[in-house]
Each structure stands twice: as structure tokens, then as C-alpha cells.
Design a protein. Structure first.
Length: 76
């Protein structure tokens, strides 16, 4: 939500570019001075609140499970 209380929406192209580049830059101004809070999870969904120190934009990144790797097995 912006300072004037209005929620801004990224264009579909801007959102796709942000995701394709791994979310490493602010989707509004392009700054790399971004910082995220801790991750939140509920069921199979994970998200993180992120903000830009340069322009003050705030947004939420959403994550999707794409693989699993077993790192240990119980003894039988």
C-alpha cells in the first residue's frame, strides 16, 4: 500500500521480469537495496514481505515447491 493508501499493481510484464530475475531487484525502481522479513508458511504456501530502501515500495514474494531431496533415512 502506498503512502496515499492506494495499492499499486505491477504490469504483467514487470511481474514476469521480476520473477525471471529471481527477485533480486525492486520491481518498482530496479534498486538492489531490498530487504526481506522472515519467511511465513501455511500448509504448502510460503511467502515473505519485502521492501525497497531506495523508493520505499513494499511487496510480498510468494514461493512454490519445485523439488524435494531426501537428506537422511531412519535406521531400520
Amino acid at each position: 500500500m502506498s503512502e496515499d493508501g492506494v495499492m499499486r499493481v505491477l504490469s504483467n510484464g514487470a511481474e514476469k521480469r521480476y520473477v525471471k530475475k529471481g527477485g533480486s531487484k525492486c520491481p518498482v525502481c530496479g534498486s538492489v537495496d531490498v530487504e526481506g522479513d522472515s519467511f511465513e508458511a501455511d500448509g504448502g504456501e510460503v511467502w515473505q514481505e519485502v521492501g525497497c530502501a531506495q523508493c520505499g515500495a513494499q511487496w510480498t514474494d510468494y514461493y512454490r515447491l519445485f523439488a524435494v531431496r531426501v537428506i537422511g533415512m531412519p535406521e531400520k
